[in-house]
Design a protein around this ligand. Structure first.
Ligand SMILES: Cc1ncc(COP(=O)(O)O)c(C=O)c1O
Length: 371
């Protein structure tokens, strides 16, 4: 049964202040999450280390919740501060592979670290010749991987600028066939798209959770396949990586897993919020959220006035909640601001992003201001 979206929307206070179409920038926080954060701060203030001592078990529970959310074991999950930190951990780790295939104009935190570490970098464009819109061509990826024997592919599941959503299952097969390690940035997918790693195996998947996962700042997740941990030397380590008071580095004894990346203490409150959010998402049902978001974006695209060009003119299976459009009206941003409609503006382009807390009435409001 479809959730009661109006009732759910009432849990997100910012929906009263704005017509908020900017989840691709920053997701809204629920009242329950605000309370969770407040409770954490209060307990820390009142109990200090007595409270902290309870949080180690809580973090284990968070990993179990994250594992359940993307269908993997908690041992394969590391809690990290944000996506960009995760990238800077794993890129030096994989250096012996030497080469990487990246997507032009993909998110900078996904593309820059390989260049810093002097990988042989190859690029695939997002706007192949003859294509009328920005897309990522999987045949071109397969061909390039094969022709140049590239050992790593790093790609965003959902492109931040256009919302183009890559077919991860197909990509996973392509990478397997070419013996290529697949590294996925899931920041624009987590909380918007069902993720099942048993069905779509990847080697490494990371994401920040403050957008579609609506979990606020300071909580990222890193999934790493145990074979990858076993194959490469640890690039980082700290007390948090092992949990042991053992000052001598003995990898065999330490039984290193994904946890190696948890070098120091966590922003515990941020992960308690993440856990609470995953409960909320599970209650709504990630498939219901996915369908809701597609309904909203489809409704918008079908009614967009002719003076705009839809950049994200994709088939439903290549879409999520992000719609990029081009406008020739230089005053449109000002008009939207006056109406308290929040979107992201980039040059001639407008990025509109819709999540489960948005409504068709809000889309109508946006369409009315645009026309
Ligand atoms: C694709 C993608 N990855 C990652 C991030 C954020 O990375 P971080 O949380 O490390 O700043 C964003 C933010 O816009 C993004 O769009």
């Amino acid at each position: 049964m479809d959730p009661d979206w109006q009732k759910i929307r009432a849990n997100y206070p910012a929906t009263e202040n704005y017509t908020y179409f900017n989840t691709a920038s920053c997701g809204l926080i629920s009242t329950a999450n605000l309370n969770c954060n407040q409770r954490y701060q209060n307990l820390l203030g009142q109990q200090g280390s007595v409270y902290r001592d309870t949080l180690f078990d809580e973090m284990q529970k968070v990993k179990t919740a994250v594992g359940g959310f993307i269908q993997t074991e908690p041992e394969n999950i590391a809690l990290i501060p944000n996506f960009s930190s995760g990238m800077n951990y794993i890129v030096p780790m994989l250096k012996s592979l030497g080469s990487v295939l990246l997507i032009e104009n993909d998110y900078p935190s996904l593309t820059l670290p390989w260049q810093l570490h002097n990988y042989e970098v190859h690029w695939v464009p997002q706007n192949p010749p003859q294509a009328s819109k920005d897309t990522i061509n999987l045949d071109q990826i397969a061909e390039t991987l094969r022709a140049k024997s590239i050992k790593i592919l790093a790609i965003s599941w959902v492109q931040y600028a256009t919302g183009f959503t890559v077919a991860i299952k197909q990509l996973s097969n392509i990478c397997k066939e070419n013996n290529t390690l697949l590294v996925v940035d899931a920041t624009q997918a987590l909380g918007a798209i069902p993720i099942d790693l048993t069905d779509t195996p990847v080697d490494i998947l990371m994401g920040s959770c403050y957008k579609w996962a609506t979990a606020g700042f300071g909580n990222g997740i890193l999934y790493i396949h145990p074979d990858v941990v076993a194959q490469f030397d640890t690039p980082v380590i700290g007390k948090g990586s092992t949990g042991l008071y053992d000052s001598v580095y003995q990898p065999e004894k330490m039984g290193l897993q994904a946890r190696i990346f948890e070098v120091g203490h966590h922003n515990y409150g941020a992960f308690l919020v993440l856990s609470q959010t995953l409960n909320e998402i599970n209650e709504m049902g990630i498939h219901n959220i996915y369908n809701r978001v597609l309904t909203l974006t489809q409704y918008f695209k079908e009614r967009l006035p002719e003076q705009y060009t839809i950049i994200s003119d994709y088939a439903p299976e290549q879409s999520t909640g992000i719609v990029a459009i081009k406008s020739r009206d230089s005053k449109i941003i000002e008009k939207l601001k006056q109406e308290k409609i929040i979107i992201s503006a980039r040059g001639e382009g407008l990025r509109i992003s819709m999540h489960f807390y948005n409504t068709l009435e809000e889309v109508d409001h946006l369409l009315q201001v645009l026309s």
